[in-house]
Design a protein around this ligand. Structure first.
Ligand code: KG4
Ligand code: ZN
Length: 353
């Protein structure tokens, strides 16, 4: 029955000019309009932070319901702000995974159906591909090939990027992701959710050398990460301290130093092993200023380059999805008339563009 319905794929052959991007993989509803020739036209984001704050983390069912409430008004507002109508769209791109499956399904079901109703092609975008291509939205864009350090709430990865969809994972986390470690440590120190930005603010007042935490897995070869031991070291140090405000700030600083050092050590190794000269940093932890400044020092020393998305595009957003989707739609790729969200999805399985 479904196969008789027109999936809008013919429209791709006429060239996709303007793409609506939708991001609903976790706790942010992000929308954006990316134009093939004019670039990013508009973007908007509704953050559910206040909704989940009291629970100390994202509650998946609440996240899905809130995406349902916010997505359509956000898309309407975005089109109105850009003085455009749905008829101007050439394609729709939505995050199809990885992420919370209920949250993903909101964006996937809306995006796929909206495209079908308009008779235009649709494309499901890999969330981490969105993140790693986000620096392409800046004036200072990296050129392929490069190393991508993807550090978010769900991932810590080093990827060799040879082109769009040509990804080789060089290192991955064996347990917690870097952002998850930030969030858990922040919770332990009695800070709010999301923990990363709160911990980074507190670390500003901390002594960088009073506590020394481990740099996990840096004393052995390889590019994998492990952050759960670091969390345990924080627990032990915190319980042995007097629990004063200064102890809290010093420990936050020690934690931030340990994560930044660990990530920089692995980036140095990845650049050396691949003989590449460019590193792209993306994902929520990429907004961390201490990590950014350490990476700048590293590339200065190596005569290499580092590229960051603007801080708003380090965390989840619709712009990166609109951009990645636009590249794939322009290459003639599109989704059949199915509604498919994937909680797990490896970057290495993507088709090249
Ligand atoms: O990429 P993202 O928005 O969502 C996921 O795909 O996971 O990343 C969110 C993660 C959270 O763990 C948050 O605490 C962390 O990024 N984060 C930060 C900072 N801003 C966000 N971690 C450290 N320093 C920051 N400034
Ligand atoms: Zn993300």
């Amino acid at each position: 029955m479904q196969s008789q319905l027109h999936d809008g794929s013919d429209a791709a052959e006429n060239g996709v000019m303007l793409v609506l991007g939708i991001e609903t993989s976790c706790d942010e509803t992000g929308v954006a309009l990316y134009d093939e020739r004019r670039g990013l036209l508009a973007h908007d984001l509704y953050s559910q932070v206040a909704l989940h704050e009291g629970y100390g983390g994202v509650v998946p069912e609440l996240a899905s319901r809130d995406h349902v409430r916010k997505l359509v008004p956000l898309v309407e507002g975005l089109l109105a702000a850009a003085d455009l109508s749905p008829a101007d769209l050439g394609g729709v791109a939505y995050t199809a995974g990885p992420g919370l499956v209920g949250a993903l399904l909101v964006g996937v079901a809306f995006g796929r159906s909206f495209a079908w109703g308009l008779g235009i092609p649709a494309i499901g975008v890999h969330h981490m591909e969105g993140h790693l291509l986000a620096p392409m939205l800046e004036d200072q864009r990296p050129e392929f090939p490069f190393i991508a350090l993807l550090v978010s709430g769900g991932h810590s990865m080093l990827v060799k990027v040879e082109g769009v969809g040509r990804y080789r994972i060089l290192g991955d986390t064996l347990d917690d992701a870097a952002g998850e470690a930030f969030d858990k440590t922040a919770k332990l120190l009695g800070l709010g959710y999301p923990g990363g930005p709160a911990l980074a603010r507190l670390a500003e007042h901390g002594d960088p050398v009073r506590f020394r935490l481990p740099r996990p897995m840096t004393d052995r070869p390889g590019l994998d990460f492990s952050f759960s031991g670091l969390k345990t070291a924080v627990v032990t140090t915190w319980s042995a301290s007097d629990g004063t405000e200064q102890d809290r700030a010093d420990l936050a600083r020690a934690f931030e130093e340990a994560v930044a050092d660990t990530l920089v050590i692995k980036c140095r190794r990845a650049l050396r092993e691949t003989d590449l000269k460019a590193v792209v940093v993306a994902g929520g932890v990429g907004a961390n200023q201490r990590l950014r400044s350490r990476l700048r020092d590293l590339v200065d020393e190596l005569g290499a380059q580092v590229y960051f998305p603007r801080p708003d595009f380090c965390t989840d957003n619709g712009a990166m999805i609109a951009y990645a989707g636009c590249l794939r739609l322009l290459a003639g790729q599109h989704e059949p008339l199915v509604i498919q969200a994937r909680a797990r999805w490896t970057l290495e399985s993507l088709s090249p563009v």
